[in-house]
Design a protein around this ligand. Sequence first.
Ligand SMILES: [Zn+2]
Ligand SMILES: [Zn+2]
Length: 163
Amino acid sequence: MQIKQVRKVFEPYFLKAKELYGFNSNIDFKIDLKGYSTIGQCIWRDKKNFTIRLHLLLLEKYGDSYLHDVLPHELAHAVVYCLYKNRVKAHGKEWKRILKSFTLVDSKVKYEVLQKIRESKRYRYGCKCKDKVHFISTILHNKIEKKSATYLCKVCKDTICLI
Ligand SMILES: [Zn+2]
Ligand SMILES: [Zn+2]
């Protein structure tokens, strides 16, 4: 999906912010988030220049639903900053009130795809079961490496090893 489409979905939210709060700052978009902990982010240099960072994979996979979820959320951060600077909490009552006033579509997406990214951050271990992959956390993996832990497959009872 292109920035053009992002701007199209963003437009009505932006107009609302303008109408309700006199918000008229410049908002840029960057599609560069890749991890599994941040689904969107609003950063700023000053009251006039904001950048909303979007998640590459979520945008691709969930399209407009993702945008209707994340754009009003991030825009509300920008409006809060213009009205209150850093005097209020990021997700405090001012932010909640503003976000509520933007609501056009109720879009609460469950981002299952993030679970997959999470899993891919884990170590993959195999056992005797055909094609079975055990996703092992870094903590457990380190223990196994130091031989302070072993882990058996519950099905084949084999000691799993790194694949
Ligand atoms: Zn937020
Ligand atoms: Zn097994």
